[in-house]
Design a protein around this ligand. Structure first.
Ligand SMILES: [Zn+2]
Ligand SMILES: [Zn+2]
Length: 143
C-alpha cells in the first residue's frame, strides 16, 4: 500500500478546496437567479391580490346597493350572491362589455331597473324562465 505523501495530501485538499468554492459559487448563482424569479412572482401575486381585493370591494358595494341579499330566498352570504338580469338577457348583455358586471354597473351609475341580486342556486334555478323551487314550494303552500 502506497502511503499518500504530503504533496499528494496537499493536492487533494487543494482539489477539495477548489471544488468547495465552485460549489459555493454555483449555489450562490442558483440562489440569485431563483430569488429574482421569486421576487417577480411575489410582485405579480401582490398585484393580483390587490386586484382581487378591489373586485371584492366593488362586488360588496354593488351587492349592498342592490339590496344585499337574494331576492328569492334571502341568502346574504356575499360569496353565494350574483347580479341577475331581471329579463334574463344576461348572456347577451355580458357579450357587450369586457370585465365584470360590477365594473359595468359602476360605469353606468348603477341602473335601478333590470338588475337584482340572486344567490347562485336561485340564479341557476330561474334560468330559461323557470320558476325557482323556493317559489314553487310557496305556491304549493298556498294551494
Ligand atoms: Zn336564493
Ligand atoms: Zn330561490
Amino acid at each position: 500500500m502506497v502511503k499518500a505523501t504530503n504533496e499528494q495530501k496537499k493536492q487533494m485538499s487543494l482539489y477539495y478546496q477548489q471544488h468547495k468554492e465552485e460549489n459555493k459559487i454555483r449555489h450562490h448563482e442558483y440562489y440569485i437567479t431563483h430569488r429574482k424569479q421569486w421576487q417577480v412572482k411575489q410582485h405579480t401575486d401582490e398585484e393580483r391580490l390587490k386586484a382581487r381585493q378591489r373586485n371584492a370591494e366593488l362586488k360588496t358595494k354593488t351587492m349592498n346597493l342592490y339590496g344585499g341579499k337574494c331576492e328569492c330566498c334571502g341568502e346574504t352570504e356575499i360569496d353565494f350572491l350574483a347580479i341577475d338580469h331581471v329579463n334574463g338577457d344576461g348572456n347577451k348583455h355580458r357579450k357587450t362589455f369586457k370585465g365584470s358586471i360590477y365594473q359595468w354597473l359602476k360605469k353606468n351609475n348603477y341602473p335601478s331597473v333590470g338588475f337584482r341580486v340572486l344567490c347562485h342556486n336561485c340564479n341557476m334555478a330561474t334560468r330559461y324562465g323557470r320558476i325557482c323551487p323556493h317559489k314553487r314550494k310557496g305556491e304549493q303552500n298556498v294551494t
